[in-house]
Design a protein around this ligand. Structure first.
Ligand code: GDD
Ligand code: MG
Length: 356
């Protein structure tokens, strides 16, 4: 795969993950001890690709600050910044002059996936396709691009986020493009690859192949998926070569302290310097660096932001807590509550599915 280059789209604002994405772009959120993107980059590297171009826009410098030349990951990484976001198709077009390979792997930067990338490229070559799309089956296809194929695997339609999808087969956010097809995308204006480029290619009679498999797959775009995906990485359910430690019930990073009798399990990550108090129970959660969980507190399927505190006896379920926030003792939060950074909730508060 040295003759294939990769492009990763990481320019989105990650609005569904606010407040976590106010200061950190979605692909850089700490996930099982490393920025999420490190998992994807490690899979690209393991597949034998050497050159990766990142299409950035929102908080662009955070990517180059973290990954630099890419040498530490065994890659050559180049960064191309869109001053104004150009959309997914515009972002791909915008990096064209930095590419030289005949075939280019393009990735959405927020997908956790275990697919065999070499096999996707093989399908592309075997079918002599203009574009090949990695496709997976999901329970509810409405949130994704629905992509029906014929018996030979040719793509018939591309229906982005449709209310009435004809099949449960969806766009997994990984494509192989013939480079000349990238050059045919209009330049200098926003383009959606899903709503404009793919339907346009199909209408023009281009050869668009589908590569369907049943690899692990998850889009990390919502809090529930981010939390679930992170736990899958920690438990070894989702494959990654970039984990910060051995797989197991929990991943406890340097300097973290877990008091005797605390239960930390279900794929929880405990960030650097974080502390879990006596008798606390932390299940399937992301506890970021320096966060503190008090004695007897319960945290389930939640994110506790950097430097935040969940005080003694509080119970937090399916909740996102921004950085440096305080959840007072014996508070009860659940069902999609989001706490904004620096908010201080007094003790004994009760909140269900709201923003605070
Ligand atoms: N460079 C750049 N510029 N990147 C962008 C831009 C932009 O203007 N807008 C979005 N992106 C990046 C995001 O950072 C993300 O990594 C990727 O493109 C996809 O954007 P999302 O906002 O996550 O899209 P989605 O999840 O709603 O839908 C997409 O992914 C699904 C699979 O995960 C679509 O491609 C669907 O068809 C697909 O099923
Ligand atoms: Mg997404």
């Amino acid at each position: 795969m040295h003759d294939v280059e990769a492009v990763v789209l990481v320019g989105g604002k990650g609005t569904r993950l606010r407040p976590l994405t106010l200061a950190t772009p979605k692909p850089m959120l700490p996930t099982a001890g490393v920025p999420f993107l490190a998992h994807l980059l490690s899979r690209i590297q393991a597949a034998g690709v050497r050159r990766v171009v990142l299409g950035t826009s929102y908080l662009a410098e955070t990517f180059s600050d973290a990954f630099g030349s890419g040498a530490q990951l065994g890659l050559e990484i180049e960064y191309v910044v869109e001053e104004h976001p150009l959309g997914t198709g515009g972002g791909i077009r915008n990096v064209a002059k930095h590419l030289s390979a005949d075939n280019v792997l393009v990735f959405n930067g927020d997908v956790l996936c275990g697919t065999d990338l070499g096999a996707v490229v093989d399908t592309h070559r075997r079918t002599d396709a203009d574009v090949t799309l990695h496709l997976v089956r999901v329970q509810d296809p409405r949130a994704y691009g629905c992509v029906p194929t014929d018996d030979s695997g040719q793509v018939l339609e591309f229906l982005e986020k449709t209310e009435d999808p004809p099949t449960d087969q969806i766009n997994a956010g990984c494509y192989v493009f013939r480079r000349s097809v990238i050059e045919s995308i209009p330049e200098g204006r926003p383009v959606s690859v899903e709503r404009e480029t793919f339907p346009g290619l199909l209408a023009a009679g281009a050869r668009v192949s589908g590569h369907v498999d049943n690899a692990y797959w998850r889009d990390m775009g919502t809090p529930a998926d981010l939390i679930h995906g992170s736990a899958d990485l920690v438990r070894g359910v989702a494959p990654s070569a970039a984990l910060a430690g051995p797989v197991g019930e929990s991943l406890v990073l340097e300097g973290a302290e877990i008091a005797q009798g605390a239960l930390v399990f279900g794929g929880t990550t405990v960030g650097r310097g974080a502390r879990i108090g006596a008798g606390a129970r932390v299940e399937g959660s992301m506890v970021f660096d320096g966060a503190v969980i008090g004695a007897g507190a319960v945290v389930e399927h939640s994110v506790v932001g950097t430097g935040s505190r969940v005080e003694d006896g509080a119970s937090v379920r399916d909740t996102v807590i921004g950085d440096r926030a305080v959840v007072g003792a014996h508070c009860e939060l659940r069902d999609g509550v989001r706490i904004w950074p620096d908010v201080v909730l007094p003790p004994h508060g009760v909140r269900f599915s709201a923003d605070v």
